[in-house]
Design a protein around this ligand. Structure first.
Ligand SMILES: *[C@@H]1O[C@H](CO)[C@@H](O)[C@H](O)[C@H]1NC(C)=O
Ligand SMILES: *[C@@H]1O[C@H](CO)[C@@H](O)[C@H](O)[C@H]1NC(C)=O
Ligand SMILES: *[C@@H]1O[C@H](CO)[C@@H](O)[C@H](O)[C@H]1NC(C)=O
Ligand SMILES: *[C@@H]1O[C@H](CO)[C@@H](O)[C@H](O)[C@H]1NC(C)=O
Length: 216
């Protein structure tokens, strides 16, 4: 009788050991698949943003314009934004080309002067891009007819809806395909005194637009 139980004992032990080995192998396989076969796009978050100046005024010329079209609007602004970019991949590093930065209000770009130099982002790494733009009396010929009214409405509400868009080309390390990438961050900004500069900025997830190219 005793031998029988010993035998049974040994059998369960053996099954247990094999089950453990298979479990470990399965886990290793899953990690390898996640690291090498599954490529994830980067993610981006607007961490902070500040508006210290945002004034819209009709062009002084406009007062004597005889045409019916709305007067040309001039924008004076100072804005900063901090956008973090994350590479969620376990294995693949990402290299980014030059990043073009554009700020828009009401669907109209008012600043396209910013750029960020090319950079690399290792697997599971994060980097922070600090953007700063300023301008005085920049003409907005493309602002829609309701743009000035929309500006006043947002000014009353105390928050300006400004969109930051980053355009670049990225490449996963070890892959040949160059992938156009756009990062769009909708920001809800309070106008603040630069000396006080205490804002209640809500971290915002940015939208990632990827080119529909295989390997991207
Ligand atoms: C129109 O505006 C320009 C520039 O401000 C000014 O020089 C010109 O005298 C104005 N013309 C009229 C008719 O008011
Ligand atoms: C006013 O009009 C003149 C002539 O069209 C132009 O050269 C000038 O840039 C305008 N000024 C502004 C502030 O739009
Ligand atoms: C711009 O403002 C107008 C007027 O309020 C609004 O109808 C429109 O949706 C806005 N467009 C964008 C892109 O924000
Ligand atoms: C705003 O931007 C202008 C132009 O870039 C710059 O000269 C000025 O110092 C800035 N002011 C503030 C308060 O950041």
């Amino acid at each position: 009788m005793g031998t029988f139980w010993e035998y049974e004992d040994w059998n369960w032990k053996k099954i247990g050991i094999w089950a453990a080995i298979l479990l470990v192998l399965g886990a290793v396989l899953v990690v390898l698949i996640l690291a090498f076969a599954v490529i994830k796009p980067p993610t981006a978050t607007a961490e902070d943003a500040l508006l210290t100046r945002f004034d819209l005024a009709p062009s002084p010329n406009a007062s004597n314009s005889t045409t019916a079209k709305p007067p040309l609007q001039l924008l004076s602004y100072n804005a900063t934004a901090t956008v973090s970019m994350r590479n969620p991949n376990l294995h693949y590093a990402i290299s980014y080309g030059l990043v073009a930065v554009a700020f828009s209000f009401n669907g109209t770009r008012f600043d396209e002067s910013g750029t960020v130099a090319a950079f690399d982002l290792g697997a599971r790494k994060e980097t922070t891009l600090r953007l700063k733009v300023g301008g005085v009396d920049r003409a907005l010929p493309k602002l829609p007819a309701g743009g000035a009214a929309e500006f006043e409405r947002q000014k009353e509400a105390g928050r300006f809806e400004v969109e930051v868009r980053l355009d670049t080309v990225m490449q996963y390390k070890g892959r040949k395909t160059k992938c156009p990438l756009a990062v769009i961050c909708p920001l809800s900004l309070q106008l603040v005194d630069p000396d006080v500069a205490a804002t209640s900025f809500q971290k915002t997830k940015c939208t990632i637009l990827r080119a529909k190219i295989s390997g991207c």
